[in-house]
Write a protein that binds this ligand. Sequence first.
Ligand code: NDP
Length: 322
Amino acid sequence: MKAIRITQNGGPDVLRYEDVPTPEPGPGQARVKLEASGVNFIDIYYREGLYPASLPMILGNEGGGVVEAVGPEVSEVRVGDRVAFTNIPGAYAEYVIAPAARLVPVPAGVEMQQAVAVMLQGMTAHYLTHSTFPLHQGDTALVHAAAGGVGLLLVQMAKLLGARVIGTTSTEEKAQLARDAGADDIILYTQEDFADAVKRLTNGRGVDVVYDSVGQTTFDKSLDCLRPRGYMVIFGQSSGPVHPIDVQILNAQGSLFLTRPTLAHYIATRDELMERATAVFTMLLNGKLRARIGATYPLAQAAEAQRALAGRQTTGKVLLLP
Ligand code: NDP
């Protein structure tokens, strides 16, 4: 089969489109013939070596397709099922081997590209708004990179929960996408001090929660945006890792809460994985959630797709098509 492998860490040039043996499923495993694979920052972190892994490795950790073969002791899926997944390595390929218990059946009525678009980023938007800091009617949330993959989904879910959403984007074009997703106010944080703008928009009160995926360039000012006892949810680092912090700052800035969550811990059991995936699929099916596919690339062009994502060129979801 064809796959995108790396044998060393580095820039996009280390990605190789290669022939590798098609893998066979072992006990508890299924082989999925992929129809689409998600492109995510985590793939870039593995490529760069920020997240350690043994090499060579096939990149990618999100996708969807049809179960083509199952090993012994598999009860969760059958050959022919349409399934999607996240947090399973080796998805930049024509086939992937997955633990059957981590595969989610895709309901009839949900297109495969839509399903893949919500596995990592949609379930992330769901846990952030429903579990990490559950939003309620009247809450105000600041969502950075509001036209991004997680961003557009987060804005929509926050609005469904009745929150007011202030978003940030780098360009007016992205701002319009975030407004279309329901954002009440957009700050062009490349042109304006977003902490000043948040104070103005909240009459000096500050927001109840900041969902920050940008990291290095936004973290400190995000703390300035919070009301006393507000929640700083730093869940990503698209601009680079956040510097180490002195916890005393949480006291000085108003008894703030700080968490650095990750999806794996919010879909750790099959029950929670299925509950969260079902909740997101249901939003798609009843038309309350739209997953914007911002760009698709042939599998062979994975390097270009990663360059675009890291280079701030994308909106919504980026997919690879084998
Ligand atoms: P996005 O689609 O949001 O892409 C990143 C966006 O961040 C850009 O489009 C850009 O939007 C903004 N940005 C700001 N500064 C920079 C910069 N210097 N370089 C690149 N982008 C920048 O990506 P995702 O939604 O896929 O992921 C965002 C982050 O969230 C990543 O760090 C990812 O690893 C993390 N994440 C964490 C999860 C978790 O569970 N903890 C799960 C999913 C994602 P603009 O141009 O508007 O500024």
